[in-house]
Design a protein around this ligand. Sequence first.
Ligand code: ZN
Length: 261
Amino acid sequence: MNKWMAIAGAGLVLGAAGCAGPSRNTVYQVSTIDALLAGTYDGDLPLRDLRKQGDFGIGTYDDLDGEMVLLDGVFYQIKADGKVYSPDLRGETPFAAVCVFRPEKFFAVPPGADMVGVEKWLDREAPNQNLFCAIRIEGTFKTMRTRSVPPQRRPYPPLKEVAATQPVFDLENVAGTVVGFRCPPFVAGVNVPGYHLHFLSQDGARGGHVLGFELVTGTAQVDVLDRFVMQLPGTEDFATVDLAKDRQQDLKGVEKEKSKK
Ligand SMILES: [Zn+2]
């Protein structure tokens, strides 16, 4: 019953759902995380087309050339040198997830929390683990640890091998925005179950895939998303990659930090 009421409340948007434009509560994803883990780095969807599906999101770029942040409709490319570039909108992405960010929840995050603490706190504030959440945290961070990935050449190595040599960046006393998603457990193989967060500093100079942080103070906005749309690549690589294998262990090694210094 509650579900129906929620849908009825979004009726205006649902009316437009059959059109090509973005829907109100939709995660739009390009390719699958397992294809990326297997080394399918050949871009398929141009950024300008991805932009039509959302103004907020994360992913990577053609040839795995850095981490993607899409924030307020602008793409940022955090390359392996730790600097932030403005990508050509004709460039393509091999993997990304975006949405039209229209948060319905606003919170002050408990001051002083670290990443694990913020995630646990978000789990209490947005308890439905079976829907997607887009998450935006504006804050100042005592520490922010990120990584990026260098561009790859054929034959593409698996992401696990690339991540083993990834550059890690330790930022201190930095203001900025955390951008990302919490995905339900049933997306295993397709996206990252749980939290996947990227960072962009307020001055637009630094960022990357978030490995950990300590917050000073901040606010969180959450957009709960109940529709999931995938665009699968038409590339030769995607046609031949083995997606029968369980790559959850590889994913843990790639997305999280292996060991603290
Ligand atoms: Zn990432």
